[in-house]
Design a protein around this ligand. Structure first.
Ligand code: 5GP
Ligand code: ZN
Length: 114
């Protein structure tokens, strides 16, 4: 998608601080971190929201979680704990319409979220 910020990050057109990459998944530091560790984990295919998932494109979601687990482990947060969250739609706070897991760690994370 030519107008998608995260597709531009994938192509290198917009620079990012990469933390993980494999054939299907890319992860990079959030530009406006909300915790000491705040990583965005995205599929390399452009999928706008959870509403656009189906039986053909949803296998990558498990891979996003495996990447989150590895990044959290490598950063030393496996035991302490961390949060992974995916916003769907404007009312939930989604601002970039290329699905992404937020991985947050390093401070107390309240529940319920705002
Ligand atoms: P959302 O609100 O859609 O769930 O999350 C979008 C996230 O993308 C936000 O946390 C925001 O800080 C981050 N973001 C937006 N533009 C950029 C960018 O150009 N580079 C990086 N690294 N993060 C971005
Ligand atoms: Zn995209």
């Amino acid at each position: 998608m030519s107008d998608c910020i995260f597709c531009k990050i994938l192509s290198g057109e917009i620079p990012s601080k990469a933390l993980y990459e494999d054939d299907d998944v890319f992860a990079f530091e959030d530009l406006n971190p909300q915790a000491p560790l705040h990583v965005l984990i995205i599929p390399k295919t452009h999928i706008e929201t959870i509403n656009n998932l189906d039986n053909h494109n949803s296998a990558v979601i498990g891979k996003l979680y495996l990447a989150a687990k590895k990044i959290a482990f490598d950063a030393g947060y496996s035991n302490e704990g961390y949060r992974v969250v995916m916003n769907c739609g404007e009312a939930a706070g989604q601002t970039v319409f290329h699905i992404h897991l937020h991985l947050l760690a390093g401070r107390p994370l309240n529940w319920p979220p705002g």
